[in-house]
Design a binder for this molecule. Structure first.
Ligand code: NAD
Ligand code: IPM
Ligand code: MN
Length: 357
């Protein structure tokens, strides 16, 4: 039976890297005899907003809920629609309404790519950021008082529920258990943020009791960012709140040479709702329209989608194809962010060909 995939390219380079993501998936599907049925949606983009006055149609949940997965490009075009409107009107709704409470973001220095960190080789940077994806600092609890006056106050609460914290921690500990180093690092800030973050630490300590074989450490987010740069080899599985995870999952990939290759899986582990796969990067208005965006983040997200759908070998083949094309280092093929002279199409085609075998 066909796996039904909803495709939403979104804005800017989302529309440029999405075709390469699909090309790679189709190559893998053909080689491994997987039946993928793609359905494209125009909503979830700023152009849709300009036409309809909203990012999504009222029945978006009904339209999408029975898909096996969502494949997203990137959303946001701040010159057309304020970011908080476009993002709260689309991506953040998907994450919350489909209860995609895990945001899994691998961070790996690939062969052939030069890390901006001196002396780092593939193998030195290879970890996962597990980001809480439905609550925390991204809350809709808050408001404004005395608006427009000098007494104006704006307030936005951080929300941590026991269920919400424990389930992301459990996922991260379980992941750490599958890794050779069996190490988990918690991102905290319990020295300054005196209620929610000590609570996060307490739940980490409580969960750790159930995983005696996992080595657990924690760092305040400020020094943790420094340690990502100074000692990326220390990390294996890093778990953080929504905002901390967001920051770490741009910093980590930057340490691996470019955020253009970083993938992510927004997962509803119970499978009650579809999970969503998208690159970590955004719509990149500064390079949009030039055809030079790196498509690897989108392609690798496609690999995570196949893994989620149960096709491990096909997923591994996609990642291996990415690694092979990067190691070959053909400057005519590689995009500029990784030192090449090629473009989105040249890199996307080379990877798809390699996937085809
Ligand atoms: P961005 O990730 O779009 O771009 C940051 C920088 O990285 C830019 O210089 C860009 O050119 C570069 N870059 C990003 N992806 C690249 C790629 N594939 N290849 C080569 N270079 C790449 O972040 P931003 O500028 O902060 O945000 C732009 C818009 O995207 C905003 O509207 C923002 O809200 C939105 N955004 C959306 C998502 C998402 O859809 N998941 C994620 C981040 C940002
Ligand atoms: C990401 C993005 C989003 C986030 C934005 C665009 C709301 O930065 O997916 O990392 O903060 O989660
Ligand atoms: Mn981000």
């Amino acid at each position: 039976m066909a796996h039904r995939i909803a495709v939403i390219a979104g804005d800017g380079i989302g529309t440029e890297v999405m075709p390469e993501g699909i090309r790679a998936l189709e190559a893998a599907a053909k080689r491994f005899n997987i039946d993928l049925a793609f359905t494209t949606f125009e909503f979830g983009s700023c152009d849709y907003y300009l036409e309809h006055g909203k990012m999504l149609p009222d029945d978006w949940f009904e339209q999408l809920k029975d898909f096996d997965a969502l494949f997203y490009g990137a959303v946001g075009w701040p010159d057309k629609v304020p970011d908080h409107i476009s993002l709260w009107g689309s991506l953040l709704q998907f994450r919350r309404q489909f209860d995609q409470y895990i945001n899994l973001r691998p961070c790996k220095l690939m062969p052939g790519i030069k890390s901006p960190l001196a002396g780092r080789e593939p193998g030195d940077i290879d970890f996962y950021v597990v980001r809480e994806n439905t609550e925390g600092e991204y809350s809709s609890v808050g408001g404004k008082m005395f608006e427009g006056t000098e007494r104006e106050i704006v307030l936005q609460e951080t929300v941590m529920s026991r269920v919400g914290v424990d389930r992301v921690l459990k996922y991260a500990f379980d992941l750490a258990q599958t890794r050779p180093r069996k190490k988990l690092t918690s991102a905290t800030k319990s020295n300054g943020i005196s209620i929610t973050m000590p609570y996060w630490d307490e739940r980490v300590a409580e969960m750790a009791k159930q995983y005696p074989d996992i080595a657990v450490d924690k760092f305040h987010i400020d020094i943790l960012t420094a340690n990502f740069v100074l000692h990326p080899d220390w990390f294996d599985v890093v778990v953080g709140s929504n905002l901390f995870g967001d920051i770490l999952s741009d910093l980590g990939p930057a340490c691996t040479g470019t955020i253009g290759i970083a993938p992510s899986a927004n997962i509803n582990p119970e499978g009650m709702f579809p999970s969503l796969f998208e690159p970590v990067h955004g719509s990149a208005p500064d390079i949009a329209g030039k055809g030079i965006a790196n498509p690897i983040g989108q392609i690798w997200s496609g690999a995570m989608m196949l893994e989620h759908l149960g096709y491990q070998e096909a997923a591994d083949t996609m990642v291996k194809a990415i690694e092979d094309v990067l190691s070959e280092g053909n400057s005519q093929v590689l995009t500029r962010d990784i030192g090449g002279l090629g473009n989105t199409l040249s890199l996307g085609h080379a990877i798809a060909e390699r996937i085809s075998g």
